[in-house]
Design a protein around this ligand. Structure first.
Ligand code: M6R
Length: 612
């Protein structure tokens, strides 16, 4: 939910920290701050409410420099988004940045207050700084690492922590439990970060800290410890991401860049996963017994937000081509009901970040009930990816825009691969059937390019619809799910209320909303329910609604009912949703951009929701 970056080494680190925070702003931007150990042995801090640029302004008014430091960009949970609640927090000699929630902070705070300590913020985090400082006060010979270990025994909840102290000015302590934390390895320097892009400009060697682990980072070495404090060896992994792939590359917003990147990322997600004969799917990285998977009785998919709509499309694909019953659940609901699953169930957790708290908890619950789990994740080595029995990575690359685009389309590709793979193993798809689906999947990048060539048309209609108070999105079958995703996209970035609805349900209620002011986006592609959708469209038109239709190239009929028509290439039903979602993304993007909203970092949202 928040972003952390830390540095210890041979360079002045202010720029490294500020630059790293820029790459992490997608995780939260309510406030930001940095702390750096300066030459006289003290630690200097600067913090600012709001976005990173406020912090930069404050820093450059009175810059300071040093070889050890940490930074934080905040998404507020406990305490309002003010400067006093901004991290780093300090208690005595201890300065910390935290991502997560300390669940028992209230009782700890009471105890610390009773012992005479004073608090400067309303955050849960400040207790952590006090607890470590208290340990060091009680026993001045204690190392900062040992004091941290003692503190960790007292707190409950989730944390990624970077800690420094005026009494140990040459080191950083890092701790992780249920919040992401990576360590970057340089030459005579180490980095700590919530996510790889924050420090990718400086190193490609990373260690992915595991839950319960802590680390000491010093210029001359790195030590990692398990929960019991035993030293552990971890092998670094090389990350080959291109650092500039995390930049905007000339696009006005990351979201637009990520929309346009989709054909390439889809090709990446397919790469190496199709058999030479193009009649089967290779899922060698899915580390679950193929025999077990082939005989699975039921599949339950858990996810949140956009990933939940990917789950729903996945259900359509798997049920149709592998004939296995699939249930989809919002992860936040699943974990609080009594789902029926057992050792013959596969639970699939779909998550771009692999860190969404509800999805992770739902997956863990399924594991406890005996189910095997498969993560469909984008972020390599994220918690869901590591804890699931198997993982099918999407290769979308870093997604920076808060609104999910390329992560979604690649989730659909991964789902399609899974459906074909299961269909083959269960005898529901023969080589020819699989080949037809695989061939059609391979046409997606080109077909998508064609839609992207029409981007200007979406831009041109934005002024006509940007004043709307509300939108309705309609579709049937998988396109009903895309209608829901379209509505989610529009509301999160343009702040216009929007609702997705199954077109066949229109007459059961929402038809009452229709008047000459309500824009209604109707997805009416040529598929097995096309005629039904056209009937629904006529119902809308008869009541004066403003129709924006998304139809198959060459459809001259729907033009008669619509104020505006967008064409998508004629395609196999299997891939149609993967194409029409691009229409939804472009429509939402250009309306939001016309309105001038903060497209990449919409208000109140965060990219990775690591709290309930
Ligand atoms: O990282 P995840 O895929 O688990 O994230 C789930 C949702 O928070 C995410 O899809 C959210 O709904 C997006 N902002 C939608 O664009």
């Amino acid at each position: 939910m928040c972003g952390i970056v830390g540095y210890v080494g041979r360079q002045g680190c202010a720029e490294i920290l500020l630059d790293g925070l820029g790459k992490l702003e997608y995780r939260g931007y309510d406030s930001a701050g940095i702390a750096i150990g300066v030459e006289d042995g003290s630690v200097q801090t600067v913090r600012a409410e709001g976005k990173l640029k406020n912090l930069q302004r404050a820093y450059y008014q009175a810059p300071f420099e040093g070889l050890v430091g940490l930074g934080h960009t905040r998404w507020a949970t406990h305490g309002s988004p003010t400067e006093s609640n901004a991290h780093p927090h300090r208690a005595g000699r201890v300065i910390i940045a935290h991502n997560g929630i300390i669940e028992n902070y209230a009782s700890l705070k009471e105890e610390l207050l009773a012992s005479g300590r004073t608090f400067e913020s309303a955050t849960d985090t400040e207790v952590v700084a006090h607890l470590i400082d208290r340990e060091l006060e009680k026993n001045p010979d204690l190392s900062l690492h040992q004091a941290t270990q003692n503190m960790l025994a007292l707190i409950e909840g989730s944390y990624a922590l970077v800690i420094m102290s005026t009494s140990n000015p040459d080191e950083l302590i890092v701790a992780r439990h249920a919040s992401p934390m990576v360590i970057g390895l340089g030459e005579d320097e180490y980095f700590a970060a919530s996510d790889i892009p924050a420090v990718l400009a400086h190193t490609r060697q990373f260690i992915f800290l595991e839950d319960g682990q802590t680390a000491i980072l010093r210029r001359d070495g790195l030590q990692i410890f398990d929960e019991q404090g035993n030293s552990v060896e971890m092998t670094p992994r090389r990350i080959n991401w291109d650092p500039i792939s995390a930049e905007k590359q000339g696009y006005k917003h990351f979201m637009l860049k990520e929309i346009f990147e989709q054909p390439a990322r889809i090709a990446d997600t397919l790469r190496g996963r199709l058999s030479k004969e193009l009649d089967d799917v290779i899922l060698s990285e899915v580390d679950i017994s193929k025999e077990w998977l082939a005989n699975v009785q039921k599949i339950v998919i858990v996810a949140c937000g956009t990933s939940y709509w990917a789950a729903q499309i996945s259900k359509h694909m798997i049920e149709r081509h592998a004939r296995i019953a699939v249930e989809c659940d919002l992860a936040s609901e699943f974990r609080y009901r009594d789902p029926v699953l057992d050792e013959n169930t596969l639970c699939v957790a779909i998550s771009q970040s692999g860190e969404t708290a509800d999805t992770l908890a739902a997956m863990r619950m399924a594991q406890e009930l005996g189910a095997k789990t498969l993560g469909i994740c984008n972020v390599v080595e994220s918690t869901i990816a590591r804890e699931a029995n198997g993982v099918l990575y999407t290769h979308a690359g870093p997604e920076i825009g808060v609104a999910s685009t390329k992560a979604f389309s690649t989730q659909l590709i991964a789902s399609a691969l899974l459906a074909i793979w299961l269909g083959r193993r269960r005898g529901n798809l023969d080589a020819q059937g699989a080949s037809e689906l695989i061939q059609t999947l391979r046409t997606v990048p080109n077909a998508m390019e064609k839609i992207l060539l029409d981007a200007e048309q979406y831009e041109s209609i934005a002024p006509d619809f940007a004043d709307a108070q509300s939108f309705l999105f309609l579709g049937r079958g998988p396109q009903h799910i895309i209608a829901n995703e379209g509505a989610l996209k529009l509301k999160e970035i343009s702040y216009i209320h929007a609702e997705g609805y199954a077109a066949g349900e229109l007459k059961h209620g929402p038809i009452a909303l229709i008047d000459e002011h309500l824009p209604i986006v109707v997805i009416a592609t040529k598929d097995r329910v096309y005629d039904k959708v056209v009937s629904n469209l006529e119902e809308v038109k008869a009541r004066g609604g403003r129709v924006i239709a998304v139809v198959t190239e060459g459809d001259n009929h729907v033009v008669n009912f619509a104020e505006k028509v967008f064409f998508v290439p004629d395609a196999h039903e299997f891939i149609q949703p993967i194409l029409t979602v691009v229409s939804m993304q472009l429509l939402s993007y250009y309306i939001a951009d016309f309105k001038g909203t903060d497209v990449d970092q919409p208000r109140n949202l965060a990219k990775s929701v690591t709290v309930e």
